[in-house]
Unconditional design. Structure first.
Length: 215
């Protein structure tokens, strides 16, 4: 699916959402609090999921071993999406971002926090999160599953689905319709380009809408 990822990277989330809505998949946008650490950064590709468990008083060694296992098993060429099930600790940091980037992981999206933000910004590893905190996972968090279905903000996410994330937000594309969604978005983008040229040439907006059917 490398070609599909390349095509998706040329698009933007609002147009992809429009295509999903038209296909009856309106529930596809993650909560608006999840945004890029680097404003303007875009992330797109096939998803690999992580689900976690937070509980104070866990064995520190076990929690660090669990996170090391996540880094070890993270597949190259995918976008990691994590449901940590907590807003108490950071689920991404300096060393982890460097390891994932060196492995060829495309980026990371978490319904939670990150830390070591200045270092992540420096190495430009695409990271989308809710907030930042210095608190780490030691003795408090382990990965329950990898590659299994998760849910964020009422949106179901499966490994093998696709995601596009940018300034407008994060959109999940079910793998079963990913090709149709990308194709429909590409066609709409082409139509919008024609309509934009017509509007800039002086066409009335109502006439443009009637002719092109988009806005």
């Amino acid at each position: 699916m490398h070609d599909l990822t390349t095509r998706l990277e040329r698009l933007y989330s609002s147009a992809v959402y429009d295509a999903l809505r038209a296909l009856g998949h309106d529930n596809c946008v993650l909560p608006h609090g999840i945004s890029a650490l680097i404003p303007g950064q875009k992330l797109a590709g096939e998803i690999f999921t992580i689900d976690g468990h937070y509980e104070v008083g866990q064995d520190p060694h076990s929690t660090l071993l669990s996170w090391s296992t996540v880094l070890s098993k993270a597949p190259s060429g995918k976008v990691l999406i994590c449901q940590p099930n907590t807003y108490e600790v950071a689920l991404m940091g300096e060393l982890s971002s460097e390891v994932l980037k060196n492995k060829g992981v495309k980026g990371y999206i978490v319904d939670g926090a990150t830390r070591d933000v200045s270092f992540i910004l420096e190495n430009e590893f695409p990271t989308f999160c809710r907030f930042n905190t210095p608190k780490d996972i030691v003795g408090r968090w382990v990965a329950k599953t990898m590659g299994e279905p998760i849910e964020i903000g009422g949106v179901s996410i499966n490994s093998g689905d696709y995601v596009i994330a940018d300034l407008d937000g994060v959109v999940i594309i079910p793998r079963t319709i990913a090709e149709d969604v990308v194709k429909a978005t590409e066609e709409k983008a082409s139509t919008e380009t024609e309509m934009r040229a017509a509007l800039m040439s002086g066409m009335d907006p109502v006439d443009a809408y009637k002719k092109y059917g988009v806005f």
